[in-house]
Ligand binder design. Structure first.
Ligand SMILES: [Zn+2]
Length: 339
């Protein structure tokens, strides 16, 4: 990157011809090696500039509320999980899925089968993270009670990962709420760090959950037309959200960062993963959360506190005292269908 920005002519100027290490005097018969060097450096710099310019945008896809957002039955959850994992495999997408272990305990006798669903994410090469036991929101909880829910939420997940030689490391805040004030936020951050967790930020937050709610309703009443209409508009909406995230990134960070997308484990994504993956694949390269978080942008200060759970791009904007353009709205008919 440094070379790409350096002016090759200035490098050449820094190397006087008299110090030419080859001993050539640079007469008209032999090629002047300084000139060759200038040409090579210029070529290299141009190639580097081009490769940086061509470096595709990237995104890490993450799923929340595993094993499934709205559980109807074990069979339904198994079918949804299998379809989602097949789709991810087909498009070569490796994700981190954030678990609410409360969902493993809801029906007596089903714990083992529900745990097997989490194991299948790991066995497909994905990683699991903690999303608290009961999806507890930090805003209206004491940090102590919230911390208990965090630890209660790691028992099965940590064991499943350890059986496969892996270590639980990521935590995602439910509703992305990181605390009502700076003291609570700092206390929660300390708690997470003390327990070996890395916070998993989100830069492309969205109202996918409303599409998913409407989708589940349409599906439950056998409304195949409604299902298709919602699915198609979901992909269109997500493309709009991506374009928004890209603009926000340039406005707030000054460049396009490696993005992190949040979606949920639900039928909408299981059915429309091909549409979503193909749309994303035209815009971005899929990366892992680990690689995305290597982007130095994630070290930017985040001093957002409050009721909402905005994306990290919005948090950085708030911290910098910037106002950003509002997030694209979902259509009224989708909002209505989700009521
Ligand atoms: Zn959640």
């Amino acid at each position: 990157m440094v070379l790409a920005r350096r002016d090759p002519a200035s490098l050449a100027r820094a190397r006087p011809a008299a110090q030419n290490p080859t001993g050539h005097r640079g007469d008209s018969e032999a090629p002047d090696l300084t000139v060759v060097l200038i040409a090579l450096i210029a070529l290299f710099a141009a190639a580097t500039r081009e490769s940086l310019a061509q470096q595709p945008r990237s995104v890490a896809v993450t799923f929340d509320d595993l094993p499934m957002t709205r559980v109807r039955s074990l069979a339904d959850m198994q079918a949804m999980t299998a379809r989602l994992l097949d789709g991810l495999e087909r498009y070569g997408i490796l994700t981190v899925g954030f678990v609410n272990e409360i969902k493993l305990d809801q029906v007596p006798g089903e714990a083992a089968a529900r745990q097997a669903l989490l194991a299948s994410w790991l066995d497909h090469g994905h990683e699991l993270g903690n999303h608290t036991y009961s999806h507890r929101r930090l805003y209206n909880t004491s940090v102590a009670a919230w911390g208990d829910d965090v630890l209660r939420g790691e028992r099965v997940t940590r064991a499943l990962m350890a059986e496969r030689g892996r270590t639980l490391r990521y935590f995602r805040h439910p509703t992305l709420n990181t605390g009502r004030d700076l003291a609570a936020k700092a206390e929660a951050d300390r708690f997470l760090a003390d327990h070996g967790y890395l916070v998993a930020p989100v830069t492309v937050d969205n109202d996918e959950y409303l599409y998913a709610l409407a989708y589940d309703r349409a599906r439950a009443r056998g409304d195949s037309l409604g299902v298709r209409r919602l699915g198609a508009d979901y992909v269109r909406y997500m493309e709009e959200m991506f374009a928004y995230g890209e603009r926000l990134s340039v406005a707030v960070v000054g460049r396009e960062i490696r993005q992190v997308l949040l979606v949920h484990a639900n039928w909408l994504n299981a059915d429309y993963l091909p549409g979503l993956a193909e749309m994303l694949g035209r815009r971005v390269r899929f990366t892992t959360l680990e690689e995305a978080l290597e982007d130095p942008a994630y070290a930017l200060p985040d001093r957002y506190v409050g009721r909402r759970g905005p994306s990290w791009l919005e948090r950085w904007a708030v911290t910098q005292g910037r106002t950003v353009e509002p997030q694209p709205a979902i259509p009224a008919w989708v909002r209505e269908a989700a009521r």
